[in-house]
Design a protein around this ligand. Structure first.
Ligand code: NAP
Length: 502
């Protein structure tokens, strides 16, 4: 066993006896992986009065981190043995390393760390994976670690660097009894809204990482919708300063949100070298890490429509094909842009289109969570899930209060659009929403997420869709049978369709 004296204690300059006494006790919490998220989470946990032990594969990172934060209750370990020995039992070890597994059978750095930890831990010690792990991988680890007598929490953490430091939104999944042990630490480090911490026990197994994945899908939708609003303004001749002012103003109203706020701030930013808008200097190729695509795959598996989120993911994919787009721009024609709507009027219309589309994006994401929660019997509480997204995370927004209220009033709500508050908003905004989609389409300005949202709204509210003809086609070529409007539900019919030659 490695002796504790080898651990590089963070001895603060001028630290008194009291501080050293804190350091010589075992730590309340341990974190592995001192990249941007890990470092900030550690500082957050420490700032709430907990002593934290840290370990990073590259030990110089640990040393630099400890040296950078004198006076803090931190213990830096050079080996996992030292790290584990420095923790109070049951040990609470938060892993914050790169997660790359995209299927439950894949192995990544999280698995590597878990394997190294297992022989060092005792029964009932707790491992938390706080990275962006795929929920199926989390389910596999949950079962595996339970067999080893260890407890496991798969926790989605949102809020980026700033959230991790000041208070993220945390979505933990795992056994309720393990959550109870972690609750004091998680509730103290999470963001707070109206005094409520932005963390709840989401559900068993992979439920936490699953909800984080859908959160990211909704985030993709939000971001794309904002970009489409920006693109319409740009084509209508607004300057970046004018657009920044619009987003700043919207951030004072119903659409107040972190993403609207940072979009306004980004548009204000000037390049120090050229004085030009920095946003206009950025190449229009969007990156992505995979949670959006996972959301799409899961929606397909569950038979749930998430067309807005789908459009957002595909918009990123198409944006990345820059060379192909540049070549096509010289060959494929479109209309000349001619927007004559007065600027103030256009701002109001685009506001409404964005607001309505955003509601649809959340309606779809929450519908997917509901469906999956029911299929997995996770017992998810959509109102409480919406409530922990009100602060700390990337999609934090004022209107999440209305979503929380909608599910609190009716926990069985079948679709967010059907809550009285949202029926009202969609009724009020839809004329402008339709006009914006028309205006963009007539001017050849792509608005895939705006129009997908409107298509979802119109399809969802349609008493009769053209699927009758579709059923006829299926029966025609494949004898798939169909139901009739004038006969009892479930009774299937087939027609002997005429033969088609050629
Ligand atoms: N960045 C964000 O805004 C954000 C937000 C929410 C969630 N997340 C998730 O949080 C996790 C951490 O993200 P991050 O951006 O802070 O860091 P990251 O770049 O995803 O990961 C870097 C960390 O992983 C460690 N690592 C990589 N491979 C390892 C291995 N085989 N064994 C042990 N350690 C290994 C690195 O150690 P070395 O220093 O030794 O290389 C380093 O500490 C990821 O799952 C990420 O998806 C990130």
């Amino acid at each position: 066993m490695t002796c504790l004296s080898k651990i590089s204690f963070a001895k603060p300059k001028g630290a008194g006896k009291d501080r050293f006494q804190i350091m010589s006790k075992k730590s309340d919490f341990g974190l592995i992986g001192l990249a941007v998220m890990g470092q900030n989470l550690v500082l957050n946990v420490e700032s709430r009065g907990f002593q934290v032990s840290v370990y990073n594969r590259t030990t110089s990172v640990t040393d630099e981190f400890i040296a950078k934060h004198p006076g803090k209750a931190l213990v830096g370990a050079h080996t996992l043995e030292e790290f584990v020995q420095s923790l109070a039992m049951p040990r609470k070890i938060h892993i914050m390393v790169k997660s790359t597994a995209v299927a439950d059978s894949d192995r990544d750095a999280v698995d590597a760390v878990i394997e190294q930890l297992i022989p060092l831990l005792a029964k009932d010690d707790i491992i938390i994976d706080g990275g962006n792990s795929f929920y199926k991988t989390t389910e596999r680890r949950d079962v595996y670690l339970a067999e080893k007598g260890l407890r496991f929490i798969g926790a989605g953490v949102s809020g980026g660097e700033e959230g991790a430091r000041k208070g993220p939104s945390i979505m933990p999944g795992g056994p309720a009894s393990t959550w109870e042990v972690m609750k004091p630490i998680f509730e103290s480090i999470a963001a707070k809204v109206d005094g409520e911490p932005c963390v709840i026990h989401i559900g068993p197994g992979g439920a936490g990482h699953y909800v984080k994945m859908i959160h990211n899908g909704i985030e993709y939708g939000d971001m794309q919708l904002i970009c489409e609003a920006y693109n319409i303004f740009k084509h209508a001749g607004f300057t970046t300063d004018e657009m920044a002012a619009i987003f700043n103003e919207w951030n004072e109203g119903a659409m107040q949100s972190y993403l609207i706020q940072i979009s306004g701030k980004a548009l204000e930013q000037k390049d120090p070298e050229t004085g030009a808008s920095i946003v206009e200097l950025i190449v229009d190729k969007a990156g992505q890490k995979g949670t959006g695509q996972w959301t799409l795959m899961n929606a397909a598996e569950n038979g749930i429509v998430i067309s807005t989120i789908n459009a957002a993911v595909e918009a990123r994919i198409l944006s990345s094909k820059k060379k192909a787009r540049v070549a096509a721009s010289k060959l494929l024609t479109g209309p000349a842009v001619n927007i004559t709507t007065a600027k103030a009027e256009l701002v109001k219309k685009v506001h409404d289109a964005l607001y309505a589309s955003k509601i649809i994006s959340y309606a779809q994401g929450l519908d997917l969570i509901k469906s999956m929660g029911e299929a997995k019997k996770w017992g998810l509480d959509l109102g409480r899930i919406a409530s922990i997204w009100r602060g700390g995370c990337i999609i934090r927004a004022r209107f999440l209060n209305s979503i929380t209220d909608a599910y609190r009033e009716n926990p069985e709500l079948s679709n967010l659009m059907l809550a009285p508050f949202f029926i009202d908003v969609l009724t009020q905004t839809q004329q402008n929403w339709r006009e914006v989609v028309s205006l963009a389409t007539l001017n050849g300005i792509p608005c895939p997420a705006f129009s997908a949202s409107l298509g979802y709204y119109d399809s969802y509210r349609a008493e009769r869709l053209p699927a009758n003809l579709l059923q006829a086609q299926r029966d025609f070529f494949g004898a798939h049978t169909y139901e009739r409007t004038d006969k009892p539900e479930g009774q299937m019919f087939h027609t002997d369709w005429p033969e088609v030659i050629g």
